[in-house]
Structure formats: structure tokens, C-alpha cells
Ligand binder design. Structure first.
Ligand code: PGA
Length: 249
């Protein structure tokens, strides 16, 4: 049975798009139909946050893909939570596996960023997920628990946090975790929250699945009791994203 938690679907555009293709995405999102029972968020590249916010229906929230842990200063090339808010975006993705593994971000930095974002009024999609070799070595729980602990150690208010479970081997590979594989990790994450944070927060916190979600596989994944939404990369750039938004309909 589906849970009472509100379904939440994010589209992570990564480093893709230009004004022309973004106009196309805005057009299909504004046309919908968008499910009122689902929180919908898109995360364009930072330079387009303002452009997207101005063109997009207010039914869709806008997110940054990253931010720094400080609010201003000599941090060339980075962006702050206050800047993200200033252009009307309300969310930020933190700890995406590409930030961890391409840019070398540590668990500690990610925890600090989540804290700064929450303390300054943004909602956060906090990402965790194991690499293929970690899964094969039986270390999936160890890895995702370590990653979530680094966040839990820095924050106390979970009301504006969504966890995104994204197995690294499933991201952009076309190799989706099966609904059973995803459900298993989501359940373990919820148990971890229950034991280490609180049972109430564990019940209320939404856990998205990410990694090669498509219009074809989203409905089966969405039926699992601990899967409360998706974080979608490639498929969020295409009109198929509307079907993913409506996976629970
Ligand atoms: P993908 O990316 O849907 O293209 O696999 C997911 C993500 O990285 O959030």
C-alpha cells in the first residue's frame, strides 16, 4: 500500500540545456497535466535558475543542483543559498553522486551544506547511494548509513529534507534498481532514521529513488511502500517526465 507521505518528484537537468531547449521543457511542464498530490521540482543549471523560475508555472518548484556551505565571500565559482533564494528557487540538491565522485565532495562538507541550506530557508534533496563495487562487497547499508549519518549529525529539523537514494551504478546507465532492490534500501534507511533520529521523523521523511527512472519503470517503483518519489536525470529533459510526475495517478 502506498504511504501517506506526499509523493515528490524532482528533475535534475545536470549540466544540460540552453535557452532554446529549456523553453521546450518549460512548455511541456506548463502544459501538464500535473498531479496536485505530488510535489514537483526541477533543478536547472545555476545560470538558468532565474530564467526558469520566471517562465515556469508556480506549481513547479525550482531547485539548484548544488551550493556552498558559506553564504558569501571569496569562493570563486560557487553559489550560495542566499543567491538561490534571491532568484526565487526554494530547493537545493546536495550530495549528488556526481558532486561526491567527480568533484570529490566529502560526507562532512555535504553535511555542512545541508545545514547551511536548512538554516537559511531552503528545502533540501540530500542524496545517498553506493557504488557498484560497494554493493557487490555487501556494503550498501554501511555506505548509505555513513552518508545519512553525516547529515543527521549536523541537523535537527528534518521537515524540509527529502532523502534521495541513488545507487551510483544505476545513474545514467539505463540499469535501474529493481523495485525490490530499491524498496529494501529505502526500508533500511527508514529504520536507520527511526533508530538514530526518531520514529516520527522516520515515518514523515520522504525518500526518493533515483537512477535511470523512466516512464516505463516508474509505476512499478512507485507502488513500493517506502518509495515516496523520484529524482530523475535524463528522463526529466523529455516530455516523458510528465508521466513520471503522474506515476501514482
Ligand atoms: P538518471 O540520473 O535518471 O539519468 O539516471 C538520476 C540522477 O542522477 O539524479
Amino acid at each position: 500500500m502506498a504511504s501517506q507521505r506526499k509523493f515528490v518528484v524532482g528533475g535534475n537537468w545536470k549540466m544540460n540545456g540552453d535557452k532554446q531547449s529549456i523553453d521546450g521543457i518549460i512548455a511541456f511542464l506548463n502544459k501538464g497535466p500535473l498531479n496536485d498530490d505530488t510535489d514537483i521540482i526541477v533543478a536547472p543549471p545555476a545560470v538558468y535558475l532565474d530564467y526558469v523560475r520566471k517562465g515556469l508555472s508556480p506549481k513547479v518548484a525550482v531547485s539548484a543542483q548544488n551550493c556552498y556551505k558559506e553564504l558569501k565571500g571569496a569562493f570563486t565559482g560557487d553559489i550560495s543559498v542566499t543567491m538561490i533564494k534571491d532568484v526565487g528557487a526554494t530547493w537545493v540538491i546536495i550530495g549528488h553522486s556526481e558532486r561526491r565522485h567527480v568533484f570529490g565532495e566529502s560526507d562532512e562538507l555535504i553535511g555542512d551544506k545541508v545545514k547551511t541550506a536548512l538554516d537559511n530557508g531552503l528545502s533540501v534533496m540530500a542524496c545517498v547511494g553506493e557504488k557498484l563495487e560497494e554493493r557487490e562487497a555487501g556494503k550498501t547499508n554501511e555506505v548509505v548509513f555513513r552518508q545519512i549519518k553525516a547529515v543527521a549529525d549536523k541537523i535537527s529539523d528534518w521537515s524540509h529534507v527529502v532523502i534521495a537514494y541513488e545507487p551510483v551504478w544505476a545513474i545514467g546507465t539505463g540499469k535501474t534498481a529493481s523495485p525490490e532492490q530499491a524498496q529494501e534500501v529505502h526500508k533500511h534507511l527508514r529504520e536507520w532514521l527511526s533508530k538514530n533520529v526518531s520514529p516520527t521523523i522516520a515515518q514523515a521523511t520522504r525518500i526518493q529513488y533515483g537512477g535511470s527512472v523512466t516512464a516505463a519503470n516508474c509505476k512499478e517503483l512507485a507502488k513500493k511502500p517506502d518509495i515516496d518519489g523520484f529524482l530523475v536525470g535524463g528522463a526529466s529533459l523529455k516530455p516523458d517526465f510528465i508521466q513520471i510526475i503522474n506515476a501514482r495517478k
